[in-house]
Design a binder for this molecule. Structure first.
Ligand code: SAM
Length: 369
């Protein structure tokens, strides 16, 4: 007898009600994400944090927005537990809204490791080409990274910026003693950063190690454009160069001391080809460092919070972008350690080591050529 047949009608009703409760909470949570996107993009949180508590009219005036919309948004934010209200029983001309102190860092402090607001922008980006995604589910094929648009690119760069700018050079690389020593030594080390997006990992390494030269490569031209601007703005353009290149390009070769790939191998249509390139790029005594998602070693029904989130990105974005070639392997966000080990071995690496660096959603792999 199956578990469904063995359930009493009371048990089924209990299960149904628990499911509906979770479903409704998720729907409200989705609205919170969309509302955070509005508050972030229109500068509403920043205006409240910097200008202090405001009525809807004051906030609209501060941000050049329409009072009626702002009033609705402020009330929604309060009910959602994101903002707080003073004088709640008075009219809207007296009711003032503010950001609780503990919500400021997650919502507006863009260089803080606790800055999570870009997740809302990433989510909006991930659903941007939904009709094309549905088409891919029906007919196979993929959806190009470009179709996800600016919100996906910007959200991705913003969510990783604090870690790449601070933790990467200040905590993660210093934990890998030989790499740390080589990046400080002469002759100046050369680093290649594959799938660099807006370039924050390349720039973070150059910021932390003032001798090194970094070449960042990405297939996406708008991302490379922004990476070049970021290099100039941070006065690192002399030592950090960016170029539009496909990681699978067989002509990509070099003699680099360190070759890195942050959160991108699982997005690639041909991860083995990309790893072969990384193998060609690295010196015999150099290091390849892959930073990808911290998922479990195997699929289990209960999963965990990280996998719940990673499968979400996968069904909407990472799997579709990884399916755009007819030969694509279709890895998806939930790239397990064994999957990477198999790719690395096919690409000619002798060994894959998981480094003992703790992070909520990243895992650090060191590949030996
Ligand atoms: C999820 S984003 C990660 C960007 C950046 N490394 C980060 O962690 O913020 C994945 C990146 O991989 C790039 N990418 C995907 N396939 C690529 C390929 N074959 N060659 C070079 N870049 C590629 C995409 O254009 C995109 O910028």
């Amino acid at each position: 007898m199956s578990s469904v047949q063995s359930m009493s009608s009371d048990a089924i009703a209990g299960q149904r009600d628990a499911f509906i409760e979770k479903f409704l909470q998720s729907a409200a949570g989705a609205f919170s994400m969309f509302s955070i996107y509005i508050g972030d993009r229109l500068g509403l949180y920043r205006a409240l944090a910097e200008g202090g508590p405001a009525t809807s009219a004051e906030l609209a005036a501060r941000t050049g927005t329409h009072e009626r919309y702002i009033r609705e948004w402020l009330e929604q934010q309060t009910v959602a537990g994101i903002l707080r209200v003073e004088n709640e029983n008075h009219g809207s001309d007296i009711r003032r809204f503010h950001i609780p102190p503990g919500h400021v860092e997650p919502l507006i402090e863009c260089s803080s490791l606790n800055y999570v607001a870009p997740l809302a922008q990433l989510l909006i980006g991930a659903v941007h080409p939904l009709p094309a995604v549905l088409n891919a589910y029906r007919n196979g094929g993929g959806v190009s990274f470009d179709e996800y648009g600016a919100d996906l690119r910007e959200g991705q760069a913003a969510i990783n910026y604090p870690a790449f700018w601070h933790q990467l050079p200040e905590e993660w690389l210093p934990r890998i003693l030989d790499i740390h020593a080589r990046l400080q030594a002469d002759p100046p080390a050369r680093v290649a950063d594959i799938g660099c997006g807006y370039g924050w990992s390349s720039l973070g390494i150059a910021r932390g190690y003032p001798k090194v030269h970094v070449d960042g490569f990405d297939l996406d031209a708008p991302s490379i454009e922004r990476a070049k601007e970021n290099a100039k703005r941070n006065r690192l353009a002399e030592r950090v160069h960016f170029e539009v290149r496909d990681a699978g390009d067989p002509s990509l070769a070099g003699q680099y001391d360190l070759v890195t790939a942050f959160e991108c191998v699982h997005d690639m249509t041909d991860p083995v080809g990309a790893l072969q390139t990384m193998h060609r790029l690295v010196k015999e005594d150099g290091t390849v460092l892959i930073v990808d998602e911290r998922v479990g070693d195997a699929f289990t029904a209960q999963g965990n919070d990280v996998e719940w989130m990673m499968y979400g990105w996968s069904i909407l974005h990472c799997l579709p972008v990884g399916m755009t070639d007819h030969n694509a392997v279709g890895t998806g966000t939930v790239m397990r350690a064994d999957t990477l080990r198999n790719y690395a071995s096919e690409a000619g690496f002798r060994h894959v080591e998981i480094l003992p660096i703790e992070h909520f959603f990243f895992r650090f792999y060191r590949l030996t050529p």
